[in-house]
Design a protein around this ligand. Structure first.
Ligand code: AMP
Length: 223
């Protein structure tokens, strides 16, 4: 679908809710630029930037990065793509971050992926990643063709430092206390759209249909 006006969306869901996969599909189907706060942080860590070195240990422990650091990082990136439609993934994660975003941009739609925590725990602890590409495998339902190897490059897969069981529990707790209030924040603004389920492939068609309708209406209102 070709967008005729700038469309700004946010996707929210607990870690392991399929946010990354759904975001990839949204950006591909609807041409939105995908900005993932976790990917930006991991790129800083891999490149051993000053910021990456500073934040690595707290990210590995499943703690959130301070709001002012995160907001500055993301708002700087958004400024560079001001004329594009975008999808924010992993930001805002606190009400303070949502407020700082709101001061600069108004968000058209917030997609909330509502996946039960017990499903997520099983999923995250069996998740393996090909770091250079970000391709993700699950040893239970989406295993690589060769165990421990990326399907495309044959390179080794790794488990993220923050996907260990204790850290997963901590990340889910952080989600509950710090990010669930962000859902309320957007619900009260009338832009929250919730999609519930346990499988990404079953949730995705509903997200796709919703965005098709939403964007057709928006495009119509410009025409
Ligand atoms: P993610 O890949 O989105 O699960 O992010 C991985 C980790 O990066 C999180 O567990 C946090 O430590 C950190 N992080 C990502 N986005 C944010 C954010 N918006 N605010 C604070 N910390 C974040």
């Amino acid at each position: 679908m070709v967008l005729q006006r700038i469309f700004r969306a946010v996707i929210i869901g607990p870690p392991g809710s399929g946010k990354g996969t759904v975001s990839g599909r949204i950006s591909k189907s609807f041409g939105l630029k995908h900005i993932s706060s976790g990917d930006i942080l991991r790129a800083n860590i891999n490149a051993k930037t000053e910021l990456g070195l500073l934040l690595k240990s707290s990210i590995d422990r499943g703690q959130l990065v301070p709001d002012h650091v995160m907001s500055r990082l993301i708002l700087t990136d958004l400024r560079a793509i001001e004329q594009s439609s975008w999808l924010l993934d992993g930001f805002p994660r606190t009400v303070t971050q949502a407020d700082s975003l709101d001061q600069v941009y108004s968000v058209d739609t917030v997609i909330n992926l509502n996946v039960p925590f017990h499903t997520i725990k099983e999923r995250l602890t069996s998740r393996w990643t090909h770091l250079p590409s970000g391709r993700v495998y699950n040893i239970d339902f989406n295993p690589p063709k060769v165990p421990g190897r990326d399907d495309v490059t044959g390179e080794p897969l790794v488990q993220r430092d923050d996907d260990t069981p204790d850290t997963v529990t901590r990340r889910l707790k952080a989600y509950e206390t710090q990010t669930e209030p962000v859902l309320e924040y957007y619900r009260s603004k009338g832009v929250l759209e919730t999609f519930s389920g346990t499988e990404t492939n079953k949730i995705w068609p509903h997200v796709e249909t919703f965005l098709h309708k939403k964007l057709s209406v928006l495009n119509h209102s410009v025409a």
